[in-house]
Design a protein around this ligand. Sequence first.
Ligand SMILES: NC(=O)c1ccc[n+]([C@@H]2O[C@H](COP(=O)([O-])OP(=O)(O)OC[C@H]3O[C@@H](n4cnc5c(N)ncnc54)[C@H](OP(=O)(O)O)[C@@H]3O)[C@@H](O)[C@H]2O)c1
Length: 240
Amino acid sequence: MARVALVTGGSRGIGAAISQALKDAGYSVAATYAGNDEAAAKFTGETGIKTYKWNVADYDESKAGIAQVEADLGPVDVVVANAGITRDAPFHKMTPEQWHQVVDTNLNGVFNTVHPVWPGMRERKFGRIIVISSINGQKGQFAQVNYAATKAGDLGIVKSLAQEGARAGITANAICPGYIGTDMVMAVPEKVRESIISQIPAGRLGEPEEIARCVVFLASEDSGFINGSTISANGGQFFV
Ligand SMILES: NC(=O)c1ccc[n+]([C@@H]2O[C@H](COP(=O)([O-])OP(=O)(O)OC[C@H]3O[C@@H](n4cnc5c(N)ncnc54)[C@H](OP(=O)(O)O)[C@@H]3O)[C@@H](O)[C@H]2O)c1
């Protein structure tokens, strides 16, 4: 039977490319989203991938949503914690609300997504946890104290889960995309975007599919010895 993959924020941007690539690789895929019903319906219409709406920042909603996915598709074997937001502001102007929104979605959202599937993965002795972090979690970024903190936190999560899950056949890895041409990046003013591109040795933004291919590799049986690692996919912009 096909393995089941859950992709949070899987209806748009990088997540949509991940959902599609996993489907193409033979997985039964569930893609989640927060509130953009129109984009989710369009995505399902175009791909045939089922979408589920819940807020990853809410533990009870996540648990109930995942239970529904498992009732529909079977136990979740692969989790891609991809849902994420930005609320940028220089630190002296950052509001507590901007801090908490980003922490609740990007960091607590990873806990809320992985925690409900962890016991089942341990029992079945197989699991793949893939967290979509960011180049800015590795290097920090002006006006992103909140975002960078959560994305650096992702790396701590996978390094710790890797140690806890290894004997149960579970791996946990992170991908740190550089700047990818999605709504999140296209929302920044054109001048800022041009300046970002000028700092990328590849001379271009990344494509969502380039991140999706990393996910398909990490999700596979073949990647079982890769655990607790961080894959940088950033066009040569930053080396750890
Ligand atoms: N784009 C980049 O250059 C870049 C670079 C490095 C890392 N990343 C990371 O990659 C991931 C995807 O980014 P993206 O650019 O593809 O984002 P995007 O185009 O803005 O799409 C975000 C997706 O996440 C969902 N989402 C947002 N908040 C959510 C919540 N509270 N609960 C459930 N779903 C939620 C959205 O649902 P709705 O459609 O309902 O809003 C949407 O499906 C993020 O974690 C981001 O930090 C992106």
